[in-house]
Design a protein around this ligand. Structure first.
Ligand SMILES: [Zn+2]
Length: 595
């Protein structure tokens, strides 16, 4: 049965692939012009003024000669929309009107699905219960007074379905059990808690302003409750349930996403009261995290709608360090980040109440760039009047400068940083460069990207020739493998491609299996016309083999020389054998030179 489902899924993927026109897909995002056999445009993945982004419709591949992004139509969509490869296929299927084959759920999945539905239903009931309590009953009076005091209008109360939880232990429980909601469901949804002593359950939320929290599709998945006075805890959320996961949820996204796409940026605030205030003031592209740190999952969600993210956290110390943490999470995600600071230590809610929406809008236009914000923060948090403090400040700034690239802006910032630290500009420049070199050496920082960037040596080109020829003639790959141990000489990206090619499968399958870096390298190998440099395939193949073999021999030469030296130092007579090996390798290399 699983096999049949796989077959249907494969047929679905094949149909979407067959009906997908790469040119059409790309052109909905990037204007292209025809030149020679291909189409050119300005790359959507990096900033440029002259087109280096190319599309080859016959091959079904795109490739950017500037930033080396590349792949097929689905890779393009997945990069563009910031979704997984399979999600990109589904997106494209939706556009083409091809239906996803329905998979039969396992009993466990069916059970889970039922649970989700029940929880959603009970949450919806609770939303209405709290909302009616606030707007229609006498019990809701304190809630209404509180909201009026915060300047929250009836329209906003309605738009967000705000509510009030009665200050009693069992109002919700009793009402819901009368309607047939089970105790299990009341506990599972987090609306009730088990009594500490004896049997029975009681209401979790009591005497609080209730804010329903929805997922992106507007389905209520949990609640936030705020006290009306100064008692603690100030905020109380639904505990984690199968629906309520704070790592993924952003408050307000269901209402904000159209505005985020339209305005081209999202404003991220710390709490839902801030989000409600900002939204209520007519600035609709706003979301809030739910009392947790900003996560990569949050970033991915938002970047489906816009790449520009403006953080507007509280101006207290906690808010500022939360901002710094969020910013460090966003490095290497491609997000354009800036920071909006509300003057006079106010939070956005207070600021808008005092100064109005237009004043807040004006602040968004003056949001600080990442560099500016980081610079202010670092200068405020290091003792840069001492030498060690200056060095520390420079090191903390280095990653941000690294992300900037060269250019006039960088020069300007170096100047400013130098003057703030009272150092010579040259010293600052040197220190930043050293800082970034140290990071280059650290293997955990996106080594793949870097490998591709620097990959233009003869060895890389030889590997690329092999990749290209292996796509049309796998026999060449098997042959090359018997002549040179490829894993010793090729980089991980090319090795990843070769092993995927060996496994075989359709072009769509192969692209799906590859990392973004490998997909890009595969495209590059297939579309780069300079690669064969006028040679026949056979001649290019022989040249490539020679380069690979030479690289391998050079490696062995180094290894055995080092070994010989080590033995010699240790007085081990085995050094003679090693020296003989070195001589033999040297001889082989010379033979190759003279061929
Ligand atoms: Zn590019």
């Amino acid at each position: 049965m699983a096999a049949m489902q796989n077959e249907r899924l494969q047929a679905f993927v094949d149909e979407v692939a067959a009906r997908t026109d790469l040119l059409q897909v790309v052109q909905t995002y990037v204007p292209l012009k025809r030149k020679g056999g291909r189409y050119w445009g300005c790359c959507p993945f990096h900033q440029e003024k002259t087109p280096s982004f190319s599309v080859e419709p016959e091959k079904g591949l795109f490739y950017c000669f500037g930033c080396h992004a590349g792949g097929n139509a689905f890779k393009f969509l997945s990069l563009m929309e910031n979704v997984s490869y399979f999600e990109a296929i589904k997106l494209q299927a939706e556009k083409l009107g091809i239906e996803l084959p329905k998979r039969k759920l396992t009993p466990a999945e069916e059970q889970r699905e039922r649970e989700r539905k029940d929880l959603l239903r009970v949450n919806e009931l609770a939303r209405d219960f709290f909302h009616n309590c606030l707007t229609l009953t006498k019990i809701g009076e304190p809630g209404r007074r509180y909201l009026a005091g915060r300047g929250i209008t009836e329209a906003t109360i309605k738009a967000f379905s705000l509510g009030f939880a009665p200050p009693a232990w069992d109002k919700l429980k009793t009402a819901f059990q009368k309607r047939g909601v089970t105790e299990k469901l009341l506990l599972g949804s987090g609306l009730c808690l088990p009594r500490r002593e004896g049997d029975g359950i009681y209401d979790r939320f009591r005497g609080r302003m209730m804010i329903p929290i929805a997922d992106e599709r507007g389905r209520v998945v949990g609640f936030g409750g705020r006290v009306l006075d100064d008692s603690v805890p100030k905020y109380l959320n639904t505990p984690e349930t199968i629906l309520f996961n704070k790592r993924y949820l952003l408050f307000g996204l269901d209402r904000a996403h159209h505005a985020i796409a339209r305005e081209g940026y999202a404003i991220i605030v710390e709490g839902y009261m801030d989000a409600i205030a900002v939204f209520g003031a007519g600035i609709e592209n706003v979301v809030a995290t739910l009392g947790t740190a900003f996560t990569v999952e949050h970033a991915k969600k938002l970047m489906r709608y816009a790449r520009r993210l403006i953080f507007c956290y509280d101006s207290d110390e906690a808010g500022q360090s939360a901002t710094i943490r969020a910013l460090s999470i966003l490095q290497n995600t491609g997000a354009e980040v800036s920071v909006l600071r509300v003057p006079d230590g106010k939070d956005p809610d207070e600021f808008i109440r005092k100064n109005g929406a237009d004043a807040f809008r004006a602040l968004t236009r003056e949001a600080l760039s990442l560099v500016d914000f980081r610079m202010e923060y670092v200068l405020a948090h290091t003792r840069h009047d001492t030498l060690s403090g200056k060095v520390q400040a420079l090191h903390q700034m280095a990653p941000v400068f690294q992300g900037m690239g060269a250019g006039a802006a960088r020069t300007e910032y170096v100047k400013r940083l130098a003057s703030a630290l009272m150092l010579e500009e040259d010293v600052v420049r040197d220190e930043l460069r050293r800082g970034s070199r140290e990071r280059e050496a650290a293997p955990e920082r996106t080594p793949l990207r870097r490998e591709i960037r620097r990959s233009d040596s003869a060895l890389d080109k030889a590997g690329r020739v092999l990749v290209r020829l292996a796509t049309s003639d796998p026999g060449r790959l098997s042959e090359a493998e018997t002549l040179v141990p490829l894993e010793r000489v090729l980089g991980i990206v090319q090795l990843e491609i070769l092993s995927a090619l060996k496994k075989g499968g359709s072009e769509t399958d192969i692209q799906a299996a590859l990392s973004d870096e490998a997909a890009a390298e595969l495209s590059r190998a297939q579309v780069d016309e300079g690669l064969l440099a006028g040679r026949s395939e056979e001649a290019a193949y022989q040249d490539a083999l020679r380069v690979l073999k030479k690289a391998y021999l050079n490696q062995k030469y180094m290894e055995h020389s080092q070994l010989a030296e080590k033995y010699l130092e240790a007085g081990n007579p085995a050094y003679r054998v090693e020296l003989q090996r070195v001589e033999a390798i040297k001889h082989e290399l010379e033979e190759m030179e003279s061929e």
